[in-house]
Design a protein around this ligand. Structure first.
Ligand code: PEP
Ligand code: MG
Length: 589
């Protein structure tokens, strides 16, 4: 965190999604969220005390206002209940203790206040006197009001209540479900205190093109709803109260970035073919029907990964077969003349789908996720399979199972697919008889048995987001170990090479839809490894296409050969970077 010009303050975090936005902050808190805690500098003390005093004044005014309303509506006697609340706000012992603890511990005032109040409530509760117990409820009420004022929550708690398009959302953390809501609210940008680049939340945020930063420690208590902020998703900077010169500087930067994007516009209708004539299919990853428009806008050759679990988020009842059918059919129709690879539900892990009631697990990434969940709930799974089979009539749809770990799982999934076909046949409902079926290769056991798996599928799609997580044993959502989440780990590169060889030996095609496909530094390596397709977030299509068009396959193959032999991730990355810089340095800036 650094200070800038007069009144301006800069915070820094992990850049998650590119873009610059300027607007009002909206502090979003989950109702059950903990009050943030952070150390403060001695010179910040007056500011914290002032925040506390202002919150007391505002809370007092709020309670008096409620009292007045109640008095005029139902009488002064009932309004007097709030006297007890006022007494809490005025309680000198409590106020003194907050101020003393603040000076002694140098922690943010919300945390100090919360702790002091909690101690108070516990003591009153433990005395066991019914009258004093009643007071605990009054104190709790005041506590909530005070915290709301100190944290700037005002009356807007839920994302649902946010007005469309006008805010930059600031939160402790955001779930994939929150993110979908943010998209529907057309928010300008997001910043959070925690979160990692490889989480599903980050992936969907990038895919939806919402400029964002994660990992800004203490941001929720440093900025208040309504404050003016500027967010730079390229560098991961959030500027509170930006000065005119700063706005000017960022205005120019945004124009420059736009100019680069406009130049890329010209290649929209071209194909991703290397200089020496190799065509690699470049398709798009999507999670929502609404994104299909961007597939065409950015010049992708279809949808390489449709993450259907997003259809199941933010609702209490899962979508019916009919609703799923309509959705898949629309996606496929709108993607024409290209095709869509529909991945069956990958719920679990960091994507909690409430309507599916997954049990809370100790270790969700290794738990009942994706195909495992579906195989344990065959009726649920068959609904989705039936919907896909039906939607694939007269459209170009392929089916993809996530997180297959071995042949037995694949066969069980295919048996349910067969059952669904038989049922549809008996019911006289039209469906696609020759649906192509593929699997994600994202678990090391699948990569290591790819030769066997290739015998029974039509295609592979490598999911490096999980393949890295499971190969290097690094939780993709844990930012503490994000430095170990290594896309050029020699083990990963060798696994990719093995899987590509296994696919081609069997004559099936193979794509890659993990985030490394969007990493422009690695494009030469992925081409050289022999992948037939890369599937990336829609907004990144033009850049990757330009990179492919700047490369020649001979160089890429030599790079891949050297990388497979390399001993360290740094050596591989260095080789990739030198080729990328030589061929398209302007895209790396
Ligand atoms: C992957 O694991 O690389 C992938 C594309 O799937 P997801 O990110 O949805 O887990
Ligand atoms: Mg995955």
């Amino acid at each position: 965190m650094q200070s800038g010009g007069v009144g301006e303050y800069s915070f820094h975090g992990i850049p998650i999604a590119e873009g610059i936005c300027h607007g009002k902050a909206f502090i979003y808190r989950h109702e059950d969220e903990q009050t943030p805690i952070r150390q403060i500098a001695l010179e910040d003390l007056p500011q914290e005390i002032e925040k506390f005093e202002m919150a007391r004044i505002a809370t007092r005014a709020e309670i008096l206002g409620i009292q007045r309303k109640i008095a005029s509506a139902i009488g002064a006697k009932d309004a007097s209940i709030f006297e007890a609340h006022l007494l809490v706000v005025e309680d000198h012992t409590l106020v003194d203790e907050v101020l003393k603890t603040l000076e002694r511990e140098l922690k943010n005032v919300e945390h100090v206040f919360d702790r002091v109040v909690e101690r108070y409530c516990r003591t009153l509760h433990d005395i066991g006197d019914p009258f004093l117990r009643e007071r605990v409820a009054d104190i709790e009420d005041v506590r909530r009001r005070m915290l709301r004022h100190m944290l700037g929550k005002f009356h807007l708690h839920k994302l649902d209540e946010i007005s469309k398009g006008s805010y930059i959302v600031i939160a402790h953390s955001l779930s994939p479900a929150d993110t979908v809501l943010l998209y529907t609210k057309a928010v300008l940008g997001c910043a959070t205190e925690v979160g990692s680049r490889n989480s599903h939340t980050a992936i969907i945020i990038r895919s939806l093109n919402i400029p964002s930063i994660f990992g800004i420690i203490g941001i929720c208590s440093r900025v208040r709803t309504g404050d003016e902020i500027l967010l730079d998703g390229y560098r991961g900077s959030l500027i509170h109260n930006p000065a005119v010169e700063t706005l000017d500087h960022y205005g120019k930067l945004a124009n420059q970035k736009e100019a680069v994007e406009e130049r890329l516009e010209s290649i929209r209708n071209t194909l991703s073919i290397t200089r020496d004539g190799f065509h690699i299919i470049l398709s798009a990853n999507i999670g929502l029907l609404a994104e299909v428009e961007d597939v065409h806008k950015n010049g992708a050759e279809g949808v390489g990964l449709y993450r259907t679990e997003f259809l199941f988020l933010n609702r209490s009842i899962p979508p019916s077969e009919e609703e799923q059918y309509q959705n898949y059919r629309l996606v496929a129709q709108r993607t024409k003349p290209y095709g869509v690879i529909i991945r069956t539900v990958d719920a679990g892990g960091d994507k909690t789908v409430e309507s599916l009631h997954p049990e809370k697990e100790q270790n969700p990434s290794l738990g009942c996720r994706a195909i495992r969940f579906c195989l344990q709930h065959p009726n649920f799974f068959k609904k989705q399979l039936r919907a896909i089979l039906r939607a694939a009539v007269e459209t170009n749809i392929r089916l993809l199972y996530p997180m297959i770990s071995g042949i037995t799982e694949l066969r069980r999934a295919n048996a349910l697919l067969k059952e669904s076909q038989t049922e549809l046949q008996e019911e006289g409902i039209p469906f696609q008889q020759n649906l192509e079926v593929g699997i994600m290769i994202e678990v090391p056991s699948a990569a290591l048995t790819a030769h066997t798996l290739a015998e029974e599928v039509d295609f592979f799609s490598i999911g490096t987001n999980d393949l890295i997580q499971y190969t290097v044993a690094v939780d993709r959502v844990n930012e503490q170990i994000a430095h170990l989440y290594d896309p050029t780990h020699p083990a990963l590169i060798r696994l990719i090479q093995m899987v590509v060889e296994a696919a081609h030996a069997r004559g099936i095609w193979i794509g890659l839809c993990g985030e490394i496909a969007s990493d422009i530094r690695l494009t030469p390596l992925l081409l050289g490894l022999g992948l037939d397709e890369l599937s990336v977030g829609t907004s990144l299509i033009p850049r990757i296409k330009k990179a492919v068009q700047s490369l020649d396959m001979g160089t890429c193959i030599s790079l891949a050969k050297a990388s497979v032999q390399a001993h360290s991730s740094a050596a591989i990355l260095e080789k990739c970077l030198s080729i990328a810089k030589f061929h398209y340095s302007e895209l790396l800036a």
